[in-house]
Design a protein. Structure first.
Length: 298
């Protein structure tokens, strides 16, 4: 049955234009389920598996410490796989047709404050060497553009258009969008590029962000960079690249940006995804409301 999984991965990669990161994650989840079926039911024919087996897998995942959110994500991958099997006429009906997702607790993710970001940018934490310039521009690009981690890693030199002051970002499913380059970011990019140009014989010379050895940076390096530097100015539990994207959107909304404008910058396909960020900017919304409503006497 592994061959069907491989066919599905090829389908989402080349026809649906899913990112390599997403394709790898899908493959890992499907092979994990296949192994569960083989270990517990001596069968790796997951196209023949009934919902009772999937339910057993859900129980197994929860006992292993997975959150409801993680379990729902894994089941979503499985659902997509079964839809593909229906499409290529391997099965007629998905065993997940009546499945109800597990309830998820809604965690309020607290973005970094504007003061925390300011403190980091105005600090002397970044050493004056290639790693220092690279680390600084990584964090600044996240905060100034709100792009995703994979989008940042895959930025190429030709994507930076100084004449028109825009960055071309290739997002999910290869959708392109343009993000304006404000003056401060323009200066920071110029500073980084002056240092980057000192690297000779780069292996991945077409990419904007490269290591001292001239190689494209890795996801773990990006995550560690953000976590390490934000730890110097913030005590918040979560210090990931996504939280910088979260902070970017929240700060724009707090300062009066239109929701549709933020949606376009983030590369969201629907406004519903962007509306998530209005929850964390509610404090600012209430403040504006209280200060501007004519019937407020306080």
């Amino acid at each position: 049955m592994t061959s069907s999984i491989d066919e599905f991965i090829e389908y989402i990669t080349f026809e649906k234009n899913y990112s390599s990161h997403t394709s790898i994650a899908y493959k890992k989840d499907l092979f994990s389920f296949e192994k569960f079926c083989l270990d517990n039911f001596q069968s790796n024919y997951i196209d023949e598996i009934k919902y009772s087996v999937i339910r057993r897998w859900i129980v197994y995942l929860i006992k292993k410490g997975n959150t409801n959110r993680t379990v729902n994500r894994k089941i979503s991958v499985l659902r997509s796989y079964y839809k593909f099997l229906i499409r290529i006429e391997i099965i007629k009906c998905s065993p997940l047709i009546k499945h109800v997702p597990l309830k998820e607790s809604k965690k309020v993710q607290i973005p970094f404050s504007e003061n925390e970001i300011k403190k980091l940018f105005e600090s002397n934490y970044f050493p004056e060497n290639h790693n220092g310039y690279l680390s600084k521009i990584i964090i600044e690009l996240f905060y100034f553009t709100g792009m995703r981690r994979a989008e940042l890693i895959n930025l190429k030199l030709i994507d930076i258009d100084f004449s028109n002051k825009v960055i071309k970002v290739v997002g999910k499913q290869n959708k392109e969008r343009l993000i304006p380059i404000i003056k401060e970011l323009e200066n920071l990019l110029s500073e980084y590029l002056l240092n980057r140009n000192k690297i000779k014989n780069s292996i991945d010379k077409e990419f904007l962000l490269i290591s001292i050895k001239g190689k494209i940076i890795k996801e773990n390096f990006v995550y560690k960079t953000v976590n390490d530097y934000l730890s110097l100015v913030s005590t918040k539990a979560k210090k990931s690249p996504h939280m910088l994207r979260h902070s970017f959107a929240t700060h724009l909304l707090n300062n009066g940006a239109n929701l549709n404008f933020v949606k376009e910058l983030l590369g969201h396909s629907s406004l519903a995804s962007t509306q998530f960020y209005t929850h964390t900017s509610m404090k600012k919304i209430k403040e504006i409301y209280n200060n501007t409503h004519p019937r407020n006497k306080n």
